[in-house]
Structures are given as structure tokens and as C-alpha cells.
Design a protein around this ligand. Structure first.
Ligand code: ADP
Ligand code: MG
Length: 244
């Protein structure tokens, strides 16, 4: 699985500088978290990797493939990137069964029916929901729906998983459970994951490395221990709960 490289990423909305020279490399198989308060630019960064947003300048590559290079006027659209994405809202199709929800991305990729069934069952099995394949979304809990959204992102074997606050719509107890299985799943699959959250506990519990963001800047990148034990600034210290 490939490295993700984000180089000198800038994004300006009107006269609002939302990303200011954001620069990082995520190693193969790493669980990498963008952590910071609401509005600091986490989702914009993730959306630039996904291709849902065009950076004002900068470059993004995954492995040997460059997705964006503004100097070369290169922009690969989202469907050409083979990345799996899960948002805060699960965005399942309410009138389709779970299996049919997972079939959609495979139909778009013109996978044949027998192979579709195999891939759908394999993905549902990974998130422990194979027995619910014929249910409709409204017949499932919020936590289960979020696992379906994750299975749908995994069904076409993406090279990288992009997760934008996937647990924030769950109540505290469900969130705790979801955090545990997400960690287990990532360890099992070893898939490179870019995770966005404003929740410090979640970031410290799940991540191999954390990038702390503030106002469009990346202020510190390090392991959970480094971030917690040796925060680079008072702002990082305050944000990870070390202010006193
Ligand atoms: P986060 O995910 O960290 O909460 P975002 O990346 O969503 O932050 O937003 C960063 C900043 O960019 C915010 O100030 C937000 O208002 C602004 N922003 C995001 N998307 C747009 C857009 N499409 N148009 C204008 N401003 C935007
Ligand atoms: Mg966001």
C-alpha cells in the first residue's frame, strides 16, 4: 500500500486563507489523524486528497501516482483516485438494502454480478454485518449504519481510507464501541487511513501519528505520546488537555 504525500497545500476561499502551506507524508499502512478545533481546515485538507475540492496551490500524490499538481495544471477527478471515503453523515440510500448500498460503487466500476456478491459479502463480513445484508438502513442502529458506510468505502479495495469525523453522530457509549472496532479493523486490514476528528481522546486512542491543526496551519506532527508528553506549543498543550 502506498504513501500519501501532501506538499505545500494552500486553499483560499475568497480572501479567507483556509489552508496555509500544509505539508505532510503519511507512511504505508499508517493511521494518521488530522486533529484540531472546528473550522481549522481538517475537512478541506481531506477533501483535497479525495478530489472533492481543488487546492489553490500544491501537490498531492499516493504512491507513484500524482493526483494534483497545480504547477503542472494536473487534477485527477475523484473517480480516478480509488480512495474510500466515509463522512460524518452516513449517506446510505434509504430505499436500498444494505447489500444494494454496497453494490452501487461496484456497478459504477462495472464489476460483474457474481464478483459483486463476493466483494459485498467480504466487506460486510469485515465489519461484522454479513447477517444483516438484506436489511434497510432504517432497520439498523446508528453504529451499524456507520459500519455499513465503512464497508461501502472498503468494497472496491481502495488504496487509502479517508474518514471525516465518522463517529461524531454516535452517542458516547456507541462511540466508545465504534472506536474499538475501528482500531481492530485498521490493524487487521493495515490500510493507510487519514482520519479527521476534533476529539482529542479519539485521536490519542486510534492514531499512529497525529497532526494538530490550527487556523489552516499544521502546528505539530507526532505520535500520540509525543503530542501528549511534549506538546510543541501552549495551544497544542491546551488542545490535548495538558493545560494547567
Ligand atoms: P474543519 O473540518 O476543521 O472544521 P473546514 O475545512 O470545514 O474545517 O473549514 C475550514 C474553513 O474553511 C472554515 O472557516 C470554513 O468556513 C471555510 N470553508 C470550508 N468550505 C468552504 C467553502 N466551500 N466556501 C467558503 N469557505 C469554506
Ligand atoms: Mg470538518
Amino acid at each position: 500500500m502506498p504513501d500519501v504525500k501532501v506538499s505545500n497545500l494552500n486553499k483560499i476561499f475568497g480572501d479567507n486563507v483556509v489552508l496555509d502551506n500544509v505539508d505532510f507524508t503519511i507512511k504505508d499502512g499508517e493511521f494518521f489523524t488530522l486533529l484540531g478545533p472546528s473550522g481549522c481546515g481538517k475537512s478541506t485538507t481531506l477533501n483535497c486528497i479525495a478530489g472533492l475540492e481543488q487546492p489553490s496551490s500544491g501537490a498531492i500524490s499516493v504512491g507513484d501516482t500524482t493526483f494534483v499538481d497545480t504547477d503542472k495544471k494536473l487534477f485527477v477527478p475523484p473517480e480516478g483516485r480509488n480512495l474510500g471515503m466515509v463522512f460524518q453523515s452516513y449517506a446510505l440510500w434509504p430505499h436500498k438494502t444494505i447489500a444494494d448500498n454496497l453494490a452501487m460503487p461496484l456497478q459504477i466500476r462495472k464489476v460483474d454480478k457474481t464478483e459483486q456478491r463476493r466483494l459485498i459479502d467480504e466487506a460486510l463480513d469485515k465489519v461484522g454485518l454479513l447477517h444483516l445484508r438484506e436489511r434497510y438502513p432504517h432497520q439498523m442502529s446508528g453504529g451499524q449504519q456507520q459500519r455499513v458506510a465503512l464497508a461501502r468505502a472498503l468494497v472496491y479495495s481502495p488504496s487509502v481510507l479517508l474518514l471525516d469525523e465518522p463517529l461524531s453522530n454516535l452517542d458516547a457509549k456507541l462511540r466508545e464501541q465504534a472506536r474499538a472496532w475501528l482500531k481492530r479493523l485498521q490493524e487487521d486490514l493495515g490500510i493507510t487511513t487519514v482520519y479527521v476528528t476534533h476529539d482529542q481522546d479519539e485521536a490519542l486512542a486510534l492514531s499512529d501519528r497525529i497532526a494538530v491543526m490550527s487556523n489552516g496551519y499544521m502546528i505539530q506532527v507526532g505520535t500520540p505520546t509525543e503530542i501528549y508528553e511534549t506538546p510543541a506549543t501552549a495551544e497544542v498543550a491546551a488542545f490535548v488537555g495538558r493545560c494547567n
